[in-house]
Design a protein around this ligand. Structure first.
Ligand code: SAH
Ligand code: SF4
Ligand code: F3S
Length: 474
């Protein structure tokens, strides 16, 4: 039987959670009067843009309830929004929880919460219950919108409160949000993943693929634009399989065309497209668009057809190369970046050589290289031929060195060009500079002050510094 998913926001649920926010506000007020100072809250985000967006939702709710948001984890309320894509992300959270425990001993009224992808793993929840009893609240990825309700519940009782759902039942998108950057925002266009790459935990912790109605996405972006947003990033694990569960069957290129028409919006990004779903209409829409940024993140994972098959990626080395080289021909000024995994079970030096061959031929503008991490419950975890650590280290270094050379080579090509840069921040090392991104995602630093943040500025790229540029405003 085919599952049927909600594709629209549940307005009643939104109203219900807004009532809990009001109740939470009263609780926060009472506590801060009792304590004699405003209550502080800190949200720490691990993982991908999806989690970053979820954290903006949590922050919106906390700020609405009257918390003062802080970066310090020595706060009255600390929430970790976790990632479980690789084991080191999990280990980091356990380490940090130990530190939080010492803070909580100093401030017994402190509350600690965990949410995100890690909490969808049964073994994690068991470990939290057994080894980290000072955690007050644990919830998952499918019920994030119930945070206001859980918060109120947590404040009214003692002990750990846990609520994890196996799958999503609703889309609830209209709760308050506080964006990290006022001028740019992620927008969820779909949730979950159905691809089941054999190494990957995401389908298990984020559930089945579900798209939102295009009208609701457009409406959200229109609101963002009227609130000062210039750049949106359309978010999904496979954005170009968008629309499969919609009655209208709207496809991703069509959605892009609809977003393009929004007045006042200047830049459109998307993350992540899946290589074998990147069709000619995607290329056409990128050619015709004035707003879609000149950047495609196209995860390769491996250049060996044999390994790709074992990974359950639905393309061969040749198909990936055909696509990437077609993109280079048809969209010459578009940067192509990628993700690569080294050390997948059964991988040999010959397979790594195939990966190096693809890197050389495509000459990626940038790449994230990951050491394979065994995720319990995924098919690859029980494959017999796990690769020896010493091999992985040598191969990883070789892949990284080539990737970095290509990135430098591609970046150097921009020398002397004039580019539009969306200024994001004052430079963290040198306050006389500001930092921004070109349409193709290249970082540029140039003299300026904070009044430029959020502006799109024309800059001459003067000095290539490897992966980024120093420039001058024109
Ligand atoms: N949906 C996207 C990526 C999501 S996860 C896609 O299909 O490409 C982001 C990246 O993490 C992946 O591209 C992959 O390179 C890496 N990754 C996922 N699982 C991993 C694992 N078990 N070990 C190492 N890297 C992994
Ligand atoms: Fe993971 Fe593959 Fe889905 Fe990407 S497409 S989230 S790598 S299962
Ligand atoms: Fe991590 Fe979950 Fe994203 S596992 S990469 S935070 S979807």
């Amino acid at each position: 039987m085919r599952e049927v998913f909600e594709t629209k926001t549940d307005k009643e649920e939104v109203a219900r959670q807004l009532r809990f926010i009001e109740e939470g506000k009263q609780i926060v007020l009472n506590y801060s009067e009792q304590e004699g100072h405003p209550l502080t809250a800190c949200v720490v985000t691990f993982g991908c843009q999806m989690n970053a967006r979820d954290s903006e939702k949590i922050t919106g709710i906390l700020a609405n309830m009257g918390f003062h948001m802080t970066e310090s984890e020595e706060a009255d309320f600390v929430l970790y929004n976790t990632c479980s894509v690789r084991d080191n992300a999990n280990q980091k959270v356990y380490g940090k929880l130990g530190v939080l425990n010492t803070y909580k001993k100093r401030n017994p009224n402190m509350k600690i919460a965990l949410c995100g992808c890690m909490t969808q793993e049964e073994s994690v929840v068991e470990k939290i219950q057994n080894s980290y009893p000072f955690v007050d609240l644990v919830f998952g990825t499918h019920n994030l919108y119930k945070f206001p309700e859980y918060f109120v519940y947590m404040m009214k009782r003692d002990g750990m409160f846990i609520d994890i759902w196996e799958s999503a039942t609703k889309i609830v998108e209209d709760l308050p949000v506080i964006r990290k950057y006022p001028f740019k925002s992620g927008v969820n266009i779909m949730f979950g993943c159905d691809k089941f790459c054999t190494y990957c935990i995401v389908p298990y912790v984020r559930g089945r693929e579900r798209s939102r109605e295009p009208e609701e996405i457009i409406c959200e972006i229109e609101k963002l634009v009227s609130d000062g947003v210039k750049e949106v990033m359309l978010l999904g694990q496979n954005v170009n399989s968008y629309g499969k569960n919609l009655e209208s069957k709207t496809k991703f290129p069509e959605l892009l065309r609809m977003v393009e028409k929004i007045d006042g919006l200047e830049r459109i990004r998307f993350m992540t497209p899946y290589p074998s779903d990147f069709d000619d209409d995607m290329i056409a829409v990128m050619k015709e668009s004035k707003k879609i940024c000149k950047h495609i993140h196209l995860p390769l994972q491996s250049g060996s057809s044999r390994i790709l098959k074992r990974m359950n990626r639905r393309y061969t080395k040749e198909e990936f190369l055909d696509l990437a080289l077609k993109l280079r021909r048809e969209l010459p000024d578009v940067a192509i970046t990628t993700d690569i995994i080294v050390g997948f079970p059964g991988e040999t030096k010959e397979d790594i050589d195939e990966t190096l061959d693809v890197i050389r031929k495509v000459c990626f503008d940038n790449a994230f290289t990951f050491i394979y991490s065994k995720r319990t419950g995924t098919p690859a975890a029980s494959m017999p031929d796990q690769v020896a650590e010493e091999n992985i280290k040598v191969w990883f270094d070789e892949v990284l060195a080539l990737v970095q050379n290509c990135a430098k080579e591609r970046t150097a090509l921009l020398q002397g060009q004039i580019a539009d840069v969306l200024v994001e921040d004052v430079n963290s090392h040198d306050a006389s500079l500001v930092t921004g991104r070109m349409s193709n995602n290249t970082l540029v630093h140039f003299p300026g002050d904070k009044s430029l943040i959020g502006e799109i500025v024309t800059v001459k790229l003067e000095e290539c510094k490897g992966f980024y540029y120093l420039g001058k405003q024109l």
